[in-house]
Design a protein around this ligand. Structure first.
Ligand code: ARG
Length: 467
């Protein structure tokens, strides 16, 4: 007969199908390391509290170390009757130690245990995602450096707006990704609190030194309230938000590159190795990895909304609904990790078409610069805007550009136009004229790139320095 951690209360064995519906081992097996780590620290805490003999705690610790090494759940274990990873680890312990193993759960509940495990999991996994974000930033910075003084159009409403440095475009995405890095750090800080000592909901009746236990497990602090702790998943929701927003940013990089690599623009060329063909149309070169990143963003957002929805109607204290947190967290993590590495490969493999990009950055995109020229000659901006608007209307109708205007035509629009307007109305001058540190002026972009490279060197230590 199937036995569970709670069989004693019941006359009959659980209904097989419904038990399988409630079991979480097939996904919370991912918390195996953290469950064992948490249990070893709990055994030490019980010993410090005088609940376990030091010798017995040492035997439990040795058995758990052995379980960590040899008991990792495999396909056979996962097909067995264990309800969740906590039951699994406890079963292996009891199989090894008998009654000593049965003493480990003293004063502890799975409600706090699962929270501790998921928090420990996020504490060790979030830095990997941050590293992948920094590696993508590094690839974008390398493209920005390689672009040098190359020009391209910027867009608003997806219509050509003003000339910018190609480097400025890459660094725009870097700015968003650096916020993601910080947001992941904040999500990690949120997870960094020890819930053990909360018991099932009311606390524990044993004199557990929770501060010492927190230090032992590497937590910076202890939760404030046992009722709250048993059902608090803010840290999981915070992680899902950080992951979702990072995916939103990746999706926007994807969309930009799909458009800019497309035949209508061809500012960049995608690496052949990262593109796919069509089974029917021989000419096709499709940006599948980018479309997948864009498509997968919906999954991450769905997990965030799913967990918030699961949380919103819960009465105080643990409820089984909370078991839904883990698949959401794991899948969001996998989705973000996979998307970051695909995006890094795509970015690293981009080739810039300098002349096409420069050509696309001139023409009527210089209208604001022409208006600024008039402002420099004392014309109020609103008036200058109107004059240049009139010129643009004429040029559009005649399918011409500013560079084709004769001195007489300039003069006809305004007597403040002198022949030097022609040298002023170029995309190169346009970017040089920008003044603010966040602008596309070459000095500002160089300073920003240097700052990004310093940041990457700081957060992305060379592999040799990693332990
Ligand atoms: N698998 C459960 C979860 O993920 C563990 C906690 C079970 N607690 C309980 N009272 N049934 O939330």
């Amino acid at each position: 007969m199937m036995s569970t951690l709670w069989s004693g209360r019941f006359d009959t064995a659980p209904d097989r199908e419904t038990f399988a519906f409630g079991a979480s081992f097939h996904f919370d097996c991912r918390l195996f390391d953290d469950d064992v780590t948490g249990s070893r620290a709990w055994a030490r805490a019980l010993a410090r509290a005088g609940v376990l003999e030091a010798e017995e705690a040492a035997r439990i610790d040795a058995a758990l170390a052995d379980i960590l090494e040899h008991g990792r759940p495999d396909a056979v274990a996962l097909a067995g009757d264990d309800e969740d990873v906590h039951s699994y680890v406890e079963r292996l312990l009891v199989e090894r130690l008998g009654d000593a193993g049965r003493r480990l759960h003293t004063g502890r509940s799975r409600n706090e245990q699962v929270s501790a495990d998921l928090r420990l999991y996020l504490l060790r996994r979030i830095p990997r995602l941050q590293r992948a974000v920094a590696q993508l930033v590094d690839a974008l910075a390398a493209q920005a450096a390689a672009a040098g003084d190359a020009l391209m159009p910027s867009f608003t409403h997806l219509r050509p707006a003003q000339p910018v440095l190609v480097a400025h475009f890459f660094l725009a995405h870097v700015a968003a990704l650096r916020r993601d890095f910080d947001r992941l750090a904040a999500a990690r800080a949120d997870a960094d609190a020890l819930p053990l000592g909360s018991g099932a909901v009311a606390g524990t009746s044993y004199p557990i030194d929770v501060e010492a236990l927190a230090r032992d497990l590497g937590f910076r602090r202890v939760v404030a309230n046992s009722i709250d702790a048993s059902s608090d998943r803010d840290f999981a929701a915070g992680f899902l938000f950080a992951a979702s927003l990072a995916m939103v940013h990746l999706s926007r990089v994807a969309e930009d590159l799909i458009i800019f690599c497309g035949d209508e623009h061809r500012l960049f060329e995608l690496s052949d190795a990262l593109s796919t063909g069509s089974s029917m149309m021989p000419q096709k070169k499709n940006p599948d990895p980018l479309e997948l990143v864009r498509g997968k963003t919906g999954r991450a957002l769905g997990h965030l909304v799913g967990l918030l929805t699961a949380m919103k109607g819960l009465p105080s204290g643990y409820n089984k609904d909370l078991q839904e947190d883990k698949e959401a967290v794991f899948d969001a993590e996998d989705t973000l990790a996979g998307s970051l590495s695909a995006m890094r490969a795509v970015v690293a493999g981009l080739t810039l078409d300098r002349s096409r990009a420069a050509a696309a950055a001139s023409g009527l995109l210089l209208a604001t610069d022409v208006a600024d020229y008039l402002v420099g000659r004392g014309v109020p901006f609103r008036r200058a805007h109107e004059i240049v608007g009139g010129l643009v209307r004429k040029l559009v109708a005649e399918r011409r550009e500013f560079s084709s205007l004769t001195p007489a035509e300039w003069r006809a629009a305004s007597d403040r136009f002198d022949p030097d307007v022609v040298e002023r109305a170029t995309s190169r001058v346009s970017v040089r004229m920008k003044q603010t540190p966040q602008s596309t002026s070459p000095e500002a972009v160089a300073a920003s790139l240097a700052g990004v490279r310093r940041w990457v060197a700081e957060v992305l230590p060379p592999v040799s320095q990693l332990c």
